[in-house]
Design a binder for this molecule. Structure first.
Ligand code: CP
Length: 314
């Protein structure tokens, strides 16, 4: 394996895709390609983070991201501590910063953090010397999700440049959408966002994204479609008349999928609400790369842990 300490990587934290250059995104993707090979070997472990302590601090629910980060840390031979909101002293009124300072007092090297408040990880990163990896902050940012989505597209299509990528769903409440948009634009893709006007404001046009309130128009000629669920937990309701109506006009079913390019990829970050934003026949069909996204997430998270840890040593 040809993974060496990357001299070009200089960030102690991974907070958002917006902060990364196209070159930095490509460094992560190239490194992830090497780590993907590790998971295909008999012995799926390397000593890259031996002697390092990583704390997974999740103050919002997660299945995929948490599992993927923890397995990535195990594959890199790190020592791991898991903390969740329900079992931490946050419940007793301790501030977030005090909790993190206590984590750091135990010489944690890296903290992987998910929080419902946008900017929580950026705030913490300014106050501690441990590397902070953002595992999702409210509706703001989910950099490793976007990186694994982009990795999957690059692996299947060769390059992002000039590809038509449509993201359909609850764009306004989605950190996945925001992170994907920045990453895709930086790598030269044409990005369309679509959904009801209440969930897909025209403001996205200001950053070079095509905004569409018609499903068929968004699907026509798309090389990739990424379906997002309705984020009920971040809504106060009233954004569309009913789930049934949303599904009828914006869900991806076999009829609507005929508008896609024949070799288009069907993606979803999970969790899927089957029959709402995506029919099961397509989620489990030949164009779906949804479980490959999960597999690639492991390689991407190994890559970012490795790069950030290497930066802390310099
Ligand atoms: N895609 C994603 O972030 O899933 P989890 O919320 O399960 O981590």
């Amino acid at each position: 394996m040809s993974i060496t300490k990357n001299v070009k990587w200089s960030k102690k934290d991974l907070l958002s895709i917006y902060d990364l250059t196209a070159e930095e995104i490509n460094i992560i993707l190239d490194t992830a390609e090497e780590f993907k090979k590790v998971s295909q070997r008999n012995v799926k472990k390397v000593p890259a983070l031996r002697g390092k302590t990583v704390v997974n601090f999740f103050i919002e629910p997660s299945t995929r991201t948490r599992m993927s980060f923890e397995l990535a840390e195990q594959r890199l031979s790190a020592d791991i501590i898991n903390i969740s909101a329900s079992t931490s002293s946050l419940k007793k009124g301790e501030t977030l910063l005090d909790t993190v300072r206590n984590i750091e007092a135990l010489q944690a090297d890296l903290i992987v953090m998910r929080h419902s408040a946008p900017g929580a990880q950026s705030f913490i990163a300014k106050h501690v010397s441990a590397g902070i990896l953002n595992a999702g902050d409210g509706a703001h940012s989910h950099p490793t999700q976007a990186l694994l989505d982009i990795f999957t597209i690059r692996e299947k299509k060769g390059s992002l440049k000039g590809l038509n990528v449509s993201i359909i769903g609850d764009i306004v409440h989605s950190r996945v959408a925001r992170s994907n948009i920045w990453g895709l634009l930086k790598l030269g893709a044409n990005v369309t966002v679509a959904g009801p006007s209440t969930l897909v404001p025209r403001e996205f046009e200001k950053i070079g994204v095509r905004v569409c309130h018609n499903r068929e128009a968004a699907l026509e000629g798309a090389d990739v479609v990424n379906l997002l669920r309705i984020q009920h937990e971040r809504q106060r309701g009233g954004f569309f008349p009913s789930i049934g109506e949303y599904s009828r006009f914006f869900g991806l079913n076999a009829d609507a999928a005929k508008y896609l390019n024949p070799d288009a990829l069907i993606m979803h970050p999970g969790p899927i609400n089957r029959g709402v934003e995506l029919d099961s026949s397509l989620a489990d069909g030949p164009q779906s790369v949804i479980l490959e996204q999960v597999t690639n997430g492991l390689a991407v998270r190994m890559a970012v842990l490795f790069l950030v840890a290497g930066c802390l040593e310099k």
